[in-house]
Write a protein that binds this ligand. Structure first.
Ligand code: ZN
Length: 173
């Protein structure tokens, strides 16, 4: 497993819709392994392939928060939301591509997602709580959408300017 660099907003690759994986190849499995390593190292609870510059529909997540609880790494290839609850939930979201910026985003409280696992099997699961927010946030990444796209333009621009400044400082360092 290799840690991969995470792209920081703004970056055109974060605004691009990713293409379906289709068949699960060794390359896809390697990508998923690297993404899990990168996510745990960050640390974060979710990561989508475009965030490491790969425009494929792959995401990883593990929303287990309890120290004593066993980790539950999930890899979703070509995920698709097949059902959303009418009930909605507000979570303060953050993003590894938008470091140290948080904002409340309202989304469906529960979603049912269909995807392909790394063995090529068809999977289907209903997510709630933090898992539901996380999976929707990551699927948005596959469509070139960021959580700040849900915010008012002024707030979004403020965050984008902060990120541009951060990138300039990083480039100089
Ligand atoms: Zn994100």
């Amino acid at each position: 497993m290799t840690k991969r660099p995470i792209l920081i907003h703004p970056d055109p690759r974060l605004k691009t819709a990713a293409t379906p994986v289709g068949e699960i190849t060794d390359e896809v499995r390697r990508l998923a392994d690297d993404m899990l390593e990168t996510m745990y190292d960050a640390p974060g609870i979710g990561l989508a392939a475009p965030q490491v510059g790969v425009l494929k529909r792959v995401l990883v997540m593990d929303c287990v928060k309890d120290e004593g609880e066993a980790p539950r790494p999930l890899v979703l290839c070509d995920p698709e939301i097949v059902w959303t609850s009418d009930a909605r939930n507000v979570y303060e979201e953050g993003c590894l591509s938008i470091p140290d910026q948080y904002a409340e985003v309202e989304r469906p409280a529960e979603v049912e997602v269909r995807w392909t696992d790394l063995e090529g099997g068809a999977r289907r699961e209903r997510f709630d709580g933090l898992w539901a927010t996380c999976v929707q946030h990551e699927i948005d990444h596959l469509d070139g959408k960021l959580f700040i796209d849900y915010l008012k333009p002024l707030k979004r621009q403020m965050i984008t300017r902060k990120m541009q400044k951060l990138k300039r400082e990083k480039a100089r360092a």
